[in-house]
Design a protein around this ligand. Structure first.
Ligand SMILES: Nc1nc2c(c(=O)[nH]1)N[C@H]1C(S)=C(S)[C@@H](COP(=O)(O)OP(=O)(O)OC[C@H]3O[C@@H](n4cnc5c(=O)[nH]c(N)nc54)[C@H](O)[C@@H]3O)O[C@H]1N2
Ligand SMILES: Nc1nc2c(c(=O)[nH]1)N[C@H]1C(S)=C(S)[C@@H](COP(=O)(O)OP(=O)(O)OC[C@H]3O[C@@H](n4cnc5c(=O)[nH]c(N)nc54)[C@H](O)[C@@H]3O)O[C@H]1N2
Ligand SMILES: [Mo]
Length: 766
């Protein structure tokens, strides 16, 4: 196949302003305004009746799991609705009544569409039929499903090695779809299964596996209600996990306290109104966080080290019960080494690195010293740094020292992103090899899976870029915008002979493609999945390891859609032509057959019976049992973690790329970030007022950003400055507009998560 023809598509989103208005940040999150925003958005996208019907079924035990984040549902969901503003927006986005099919694509070329913003691309609506972009063409054309499957099979058969194909997964798939997909990749012969976790909580998985023996959190939702102290570090729950705020509120009602550790004073942690309680509608909102430590970006390690040093000093002063020595002796290894190591750090130097006033740290130390039931919650603010793994290990040190592990109301709480990202991993989406899993695949699926490690996200980008992989398939997601280094990723995708996207809505990865591209539209979470007159359900796992059923109720966006398992089964069947031990086709039709295999092949699942009904069941979790037998010496591990070292040049700042209130990852719902007082535009740069004065920059002044790594300069153009409450030397701007600045080859040690929260940048006057 010739690669001569490169379509003239734009490799990055347009860098244009859309009309910025800056107001005061909103101090009160959710409450009446939140509900109003949610309903306004849903009604606009999907009409009043459809909105009310579906919102009332979202997160109910006989309904469907919210397609937004992975926060768990309470045992007794609220009858007036168990959803938040952003969940309603995610639903409205999927259940929109706008549609695009052949007509749309015959009048709009991919070249033309690539000039539009991500916000505009998303407004066109749901894709209604399978489409192909043929070599040399710029318009998608219809293709029958069977032909699409046969084409993929032909491309896969034509490869010299299975490792020339890549199977990416985004975290919205069901357990059933992810299982079938992961098993097909293995049956085909590769472990090339990058997934969105590689860019997300991979650092948490690695850090927690090393220290506690399981790559997931240890707490259940109810644990938060009666914790004495919850530390929320590197997370913006008011926007990204709004229902978590209700749990924090319950904790406070029971006398618990909350510390927020974040360079920003995020709305929701500061003030919050709970729309699901009458009180929230009328009261003026209450402060959720009792204490906010406003630290510099990526200075959590020095902060936690300083806290540990201060706690240790209290102990040595005779306050014996500061650390839990019974727990340390019985369950952990490495405490002595930790204490010795802490001795080498100078408290003054640590304090300077954090940028936090010492009185505030002392307040935190007093709260930690007097609490036994402590939970640490975190998200991307900890994982997306060069030393993301070490940062999480350092917080684990604190929990271990306090004995706040493996007992009620205490433990680790990495708050997952995508609604089923954790389930996808549990059922086998991973690029590394697990011998036990491979054995069970042999025993129960009857084929031999590959034994070589595959590529993760960064590895996949490099392999495609360098021509070592030429077929890219994605089960959901928007690879080009989610991955770092947008133009590098674009070239990687364009080097492919075939790119395949299983999607619901149009995004840039459908436009910047390989020589041939397939766009395979699928049924969304909220939609009814009916086969032979019978509705089908699937299962998902939430952030706390609980598995439950999900069943959509809306009419699918088009009769031509297929479910994800059916699409995967179709491809597998076309590839193997019936000559394989796994009955692919039958499994794609009857999800119960998939669940039977999941129960045997994945660990701890038992979804075939009634257990996944209602509020579902928890997967086994060794930390909850204080069982560390899989770790060296059978003990939980204290670790020694070095301080971050950024080598910032005098004119460089530290930039974090964050989410606005009106987006779900690369899907941009709107142009406002209400809580931060930004309206009408996303090309903004949040900057400290003192820094602005020093650099001679004004509010709304237009600047460009540049990052320099290994001598390579990357630029993002046109941002307007928003003076903001952020520590000096730190900047914030939105993901994915700033992904062009993130170097593909700089990532967290051990987890390879791109450094999206600590990019060294210069601010250039435009
Ligand atoms: N509405 C909505 N919900 C979502 C998503 C969405 O896009 N929209 N995305 C989903 C996904 S996939 C994910 S992974 C989660 C993401 O959820 P979050 O991690 O909350 O999302 P971010 O906007 O990346 O916010 C990171 C937070 O960390 C802080 N931070 C940055 N650097 C540091 C640091 O060095 N130390 C500390 N202590 N804090 C730091 C930032 O100020 C910010 O508050 O949300 C999920 N839920
Ligand atoms: N700079 C920077 N980069 C980041 C981050 C950051 O904080 N900063 N965050 C990272 C994180 S945490 C993550 S998780 C990744 C996200 O990476 P991805 O998961 O790849 O991206 P999403 O934007 O969530 O994917 C959205 C697309 O999924 C498709 N979709 C939606 N629902 C369904 C469905 O039910 N089925 C199927 N098949 N498709 C569906 C739609 O077509 C939609 O356009 O981005 C990462 N990238
Ligand atoms: Mo994520």
């Amino acid at each position: 196949m010739s690669k001569e023809f490169k379509r003239n598509v734009s490799l990055r989103a347009p860098e244009e302003f859309t009309g910025l208005k800056i107001r005061e940040p909103v101090r009160v999150a959710a409450g009446t305004l939140g509900v109003y925003e949610a309903l306004r958005h849903s009604f606009k996208e999907m009409g009043v009746l459809r909105s009310m019907r579906s919102l009332l079924k979202m997160n109910q035990q006989d309904g469907f799991d919210c397609p937004s984040c992975a926060w768990p549902d309470p045992e007794h969901p609220s009858r007036v609705g168990e959803y938040c503003e952003n969940g309603a927006k995610a639903l409205a986005d999927e259940a929109t009544t706008s549609r695009i099919g052949v007509k749309f694509f015959s009048s709009h070329s991919v070249e033309e569409l690539s000039q539009l913003s991500d916000y505009q691309l998303n407004t066109f609506g749901r894709i209604t039929e399978p489409l192909i972009l043929k070599p040399g063409r710029v318009h998608y054309e219809p293709i029958p499903w069977e032909e699409a499957f046969a084409l993929i099979a032909r491309h896969l058969h034509a490869l010299d090695s299975p490792d020339e194909a890549i199977f990416y997964t985004s975290g919205r798939s069901s357990n059933e779809a992810a299982f079938l997909y992961g098993m097909f990749a293995r049956a085909f012969g590769t472990n090339n299964m990058p997934d969105c976790s590689n860019m997300c909580h991979e650092s948490s998985g690695v850090a927690l596996s090393e220290t506690l023996g399981i790559g997931k959190g240890s707490v259940k939702l109810e644990d938060l209600y009666k914790a004495e102290l919850i530390i929320v570090a590197g997370q913006n729950p008011g926007t990204n996990h709004p229902r978590m705020i209700s749990a924090l509120e319950k904790c406070k009602e029971h006398g618990g306290r909350i510390i927020s550790i974040n360079p920003l004073e995020e709305t929701g942690l500061v003030q919050f109104k709970n729309p699901q309680r009458v009180k929230g509608w009328v009261s003026s909102g209450e402060a959720i966080a009792d204490l906010h430590l406003q630290l510099n970006i990526n200075q959590d390690i020095p902060l936690v080290k300083l806290i540990l040093k201060k706690l240790l000093a209290m102990e040595q002063d005779g306050g014996d019960s500061v650390f839990d020595h019974g727990f340390i002796r019985e369950y952990t290894a490495g405490y002595k080494a930790l204490v010795e190591d802490l001795g080498q750090y100078d408290a003054e130097a640590l304090l300077r690195m954090t940028g936090v006033p010492e009185e505030k740290i002392d307040e935190a130390v007093a709260m930690i010293a007097t609490s036994e039931k402590i939970i640490v919650c975190w998200a991307m603010g900890l994982t997306q740094h060069k030393n993301g793994v070490e940062t999480i290990r350092e917080y684990v040190n604190l929990l271990l020292a306090k004995g706040a592990i493996g007992k009620p109301h205490a433990g680790t709480c990495p708050v997952r992103g995508h609604s089923n990202v954790q389930g996808d991993r549990s059922v086998g989406i991973q690029h590394y090899v697990d011998k036990g899993l491979n054995q069970r695949i042999q025993d129960h699926l009857g084929f031999e899976p590959p034994t070589e490690k595959g590529v993760d996200t960064v590895g996949a980008m490099e392999a495609m870029h360098d021509g070592r992989a030429t077929v890219f398939m994605a089960l959901g997601g928007n690879f080009i915008m989610a991955a770092p280094d947008t133009e590098y990723t674009a070239r990687a995708l364009q080097n492919c002979t075939l790119t395949v996207q299983v999607s619901t809505k149009l995004n840039r990865t459908h436009l910047v493609t390989g020589e041939t591209a397939l766009l395979l539209p699928t049924i969304g979470r909220s939609e009814k999945d009916v086969k032979n007159g019978m509705p089908r359900h699937f299962t998902v796992e939430n952030s706390m390891g609980q598995v439950r059923q999900s069943k959509g109720l809306l009419r699918p966006a088009s009769d031509a859609l297929m479910s994800e398992p059916e699409i995967i089964a179709g491809i597998a069947d076309a590839y193997f032509k019936g000559g394989h031990a796994v009955p692919w086709k039958a499994m794609g039709e009857d999800y119960a057959l998939i669940r039977e295999k999941i129960d045997k092949v994945a660990k701890g699942f038992n979804s075939t019976g009634e257990r996944s009904r209602g509020s579902g069941y928890y997967l086994p979790n060794n930390v909850r049992e204080r069982d560390f037998s899989m770790l060296p010496g059978g003990k939980a591990q204290f670790t020694l973690n070095a301080l971050p070292d950024h080598h910032l040049a005098a004119d460089e700042y530290m930039l974090m790329t964050i989410r606005s209130h009106d987006q779900f990852n690369t899907t941009v719902y709107g142009l406002d970030d209400r809580y931060r007082g930004v309206y009408g535009d996303r090309r903004v740069l949040f900057m400290n007022q003192g820094d602005m004065e020093k650099a001679g920059l004004r509010r709304s002044q237009v600047v460009d950003l540049s990052s320099t790594y290994d001598g390579v300069v990357r630029k993002a153009h046109k941002f307007k400055i928003v003076p903001y409450n952020i520590p000096p030397g730190n900047l914030a701007a939105y993901f994915p507009e700033t992904n062009v600045l993130v170097p593909f080859n700089h990532f967290a040690d051990h987890s390879k998560t791109p450094i999206s929260k600590s990019i060294k940048v210069r601010v250039l006057k435009a």
